[in-house]
Design a protein around this ligand. Structure first.
Ligand SMILES: *Cc1c(COP(=O)(O)O)cnc(C)c1O
Length: 428
């Protein structure tokens, strides 16, 4: 494939934008080469500035669960835009989407909309601290909760990819209040709770991890966390920025039957526009300004365009829950196909999958936490990534990212993907 125009655009971008990108995960630093500049996309396909076509397994890193330029979303945004893009006042559509979200997700009475997943998680933790009047939090190595200070401690996603899980610029004062546990290891959590009694406000985690590749919780892990939170009087925060409205209408709470105290959203809830949200039961949300003392705000929060996109997306998912079955079946089909060709070509691998999230780890052992995820062979991943790209398959340029399936994918697309993987795996 020829990437001439992408390359020229990247050179121009690098002069005026740090690294040429507005989010580091878009850069190809971990795999080598230069990022593609995308011109347009429709359904399961993206087209770059050189006219190359790709089957897309990133889908804007999760939001586009029904494919690119999904018509109900596009139409809703266009209709709203004509009437004004933001008023900085309440609008009816905010209540409409809030009512719908509250009806779809278990255990929440109220929801506050923000502009990104980062804001959602940052605000949720502030709320938990304000509610409990405690300062420390527990997070898990390899989980990513956005780029706010408290979370850039052994963070996953781009932070691991770029080798800065603990970012400079985060003060020691902030870092000392973030305690680190091991994913899928209840004992590591118990130890922290015991050693910091009455000091921990909340435990935050990705209920199905997706930012160190896909890592589902072991049986009993989430249940165990719930029990410990109750025992120690700690709030349990599910960061469902990735999993919310993706794994089920009600997200991981519905899927696993485990109740969280605060839930964070992003990605799918905005249908491809910048939206995040956090939600909880009344008693907790009452602590938020203007009703309570915990401050949180946003000039463009709940703006009509973002709400229109989100509402159109959630409406579609709410009305057609069979989408989740169809997505899970497609993902299983892909899993089996990839597994078969990699095994036939003697490529060491482990595939993790949950619903429409899947990741191929070039690791020998099962991948259950950050340490085991980091054991994957990155040289193999690089060849895999570039080989697939050359064959028109676009996956994330990092071994620590999940693939996101969209329902726009056909079985022919999946077969083409498996065939490309077969071809590429012969070259390892
Ligand atoms: C993407 C992501 C975030 C951050 O969301 P942004 O919209 O990128 O700020 C937080 N948590 C999880 C689990 C995510 O996957």
């Amino acid at each position: 494939m020829i990437y001439k125009r992408s390359s020229e655009l990247f050179a121009a971008a690098k002069k005026v934008i740090p690294g040429g990108v507005n989010s580091p995960v878009r850069a190809f630093n971990a795999v080598g080469g230069e990022p593609l500049f995308i011109k347009e996309a429709k359904g399961a396909y993206m087209y770059d500035e050189d006219g190359n076509k790709y089957i897309d397994y990133i889908n804007s890193w999760g939001p586009l669960i029904l494919g690119h330029a999904f018509e109900p979303v596009v139409n809703a945004v266009v209709e709203k835009a004509i009437k004004g893009t933001s008023f900085g006042t309440p609008t009816e559509i905010e209540t409409t989407i809030a009512e719908l979200a509250v009806s779809m997700v278990p255990n929440i009475d109220q929801i506050r909309f923000v502009n990104s997943g980062t804001e959602a998680c940052m605000s949720a933790v502030r709320l938990a601290r304000g509610f409990k009047n405690r300062e420390k939090i527990i997070k898990f190595a390899g989980c990513y909760h956005g780029h706010s200070d408290s979370f850039l401690i052994q963070a996953g996603s781009g932070a691991i990819t770029f080798g800065t899980p603990n970012s400079p610029g985060v003060t020691e004062g902030t870092a000392k209040d973030t305690l680190l546990a091991v994913y899928n290891d209840l004992d590591s959590v118990k130890d922290l709770l015991e050693a910091n009694k009455e000091e921990i406000a909340c435990i935050i985690l990705e209920p199905i991890a997706g930012n160190m590749g896909c890592i589902p919780p072991k049986e009993g892990f989430l249940e165990g966390l719930r029990e410990m939170c109750d025992e120690y009087g700690v709030l349990l925060i599910f960061d469902e920025v990735m999993t919310g409205f993706r794994l089920a209408r009600g997200g991981a709470q519905e899927l696993t039957g485990v109740d969280a105290d605060i839930v964070c959203f992003g990605k799918v809830i905005g249908g491809g526009l910048p939206v995040g949200a956090f939600a909880a039961r009344q008693e907790i949300m009452d602590h938020l300004a203007p009703n309570g003392p915990v401050y949180q705000a946003g000039t463009l929060s709940g703006n009509p365009l973002a709400m229109a996109a989100g509402l159109a997306m959630l409406t579609e998912l709410n009305n057609s829950p069979e989408i989740y079955t169809s997505l899970a079946e497609k993902t299983e089909y892909l899993h089996k196909g990839i597994s078969k060709v990699l095994t036939e070509n003697k490529v060491t691998h482990t595939i993790n999958r949950k619903g429409s999230m899947i990741s191929v780890h070039f690791a020998e052992e099962v991948v259950v936490d950050f340490t085991s995820a980091a054991k994957g062979n990155n040289d193999t991943f690089k060849k895999f990534f570039h080989g697939l790209l050359e064959n028109g398959i676009y996956i994330a340029p990092s071994a620590f990212e999940t693939w996101f399936l969209t329902d726009a994918l056909t079985y022919e697309d999946l077969d083409a993907t498996i065939a490309a993987i077969e071809k590429v795996s012969k070259t390892f």
